[in-house]
Design a protein around this ligand. Sequence first.
Ligand code: SF4
Length: 328
Amino acid sequence: MMRSTLEIRHSDSLYPKVRNVIPAVEWPAFADDIDAITALKKRRNAVILAHNYQTPEIFHCVADIVGDSLALAREAMDVKADVIVLAGVHFMAETAKLLNPAKTVLIPDRGAGCSLADSITPEDVRLLRQRHPGVPIVTYVNTSAAVKAESDICCTSGNAKAIIESLGVECVIMLPDEYLARNIAAQTNVKVITWTGHCEVHERFGAQEVRQLRENHPGVVVLAHPECPPEVLAEADFAGSTAAMSSYIADQRPPRVVLLTECSMSDNVAIQHPDLEFIRPCNLCPHMKRITLANIRHALETMQHEVTIDQDVAVTARLAVERMLAVK
Ligand code: SF4
């Protein structure tokens, strides 16, 4: 549609925020969708929850709530809307549905999966329980609702140590991320039985890459996500969830920094700290990148794709998530 030269659109006011990471030539391709999504959110009484790994035009321009898995899970409980659009992957949309059973939860692309979530099935969990009778099963939120339903309690990378220690036992099974489990095991006296799942983004980082980054960028402060292999964390200056990395940067303000995690996270944090230098090795999550402005708009236009969970599964999976949220 032709615009009058005097007409100011909502998207016009947003560009200055993202201009350092989105070239001016690319912006018009986003602006129409941003304005349409803003209008559709009002019409549908909808909110958009966006994970830290979403691209800046989603994270900074259409999202109402942003954060890591734990923040999204928590905030999803207080959402005052009829519709939630989850800009993230499928297990996150399921978690939002678990905590908001009366709301319509949409995921813009049904194919937005996760290598960790796909690494384990409910049958696997039942077999582990048989093999280790009486040992509590702590399940990372990066799993399907059906796997959560077989678990005793959930955790995120940000609260895994606190969750494990809250159980007051000598041994736990921690699923499905092997590296997260090993990294947490190194910080606690609780024995941790692991599974063999890996995040296809974080498992690609290596210790040699960290050494090379330090050589190429003297003085760089290295922050690593605990889904990275233990030898990467051993080379890093700090390890923590995406929320913990954001807090570290806000508090410590390292002049030159690299985040060993999904690469949109660096873009999103860099926008908040334009005076710091971000070194950006880019490991993309192909699942997160299936979410675009275009398919968010389509989801709100058509009310697709609705996320539903079998009632029996939902009841027990919700318990595992609520037990996690109850741990302070
Ligand atoms: S970044 Fe890793 S853990 Fe997160 S959705 Fe992608 S594959 Fe799954």
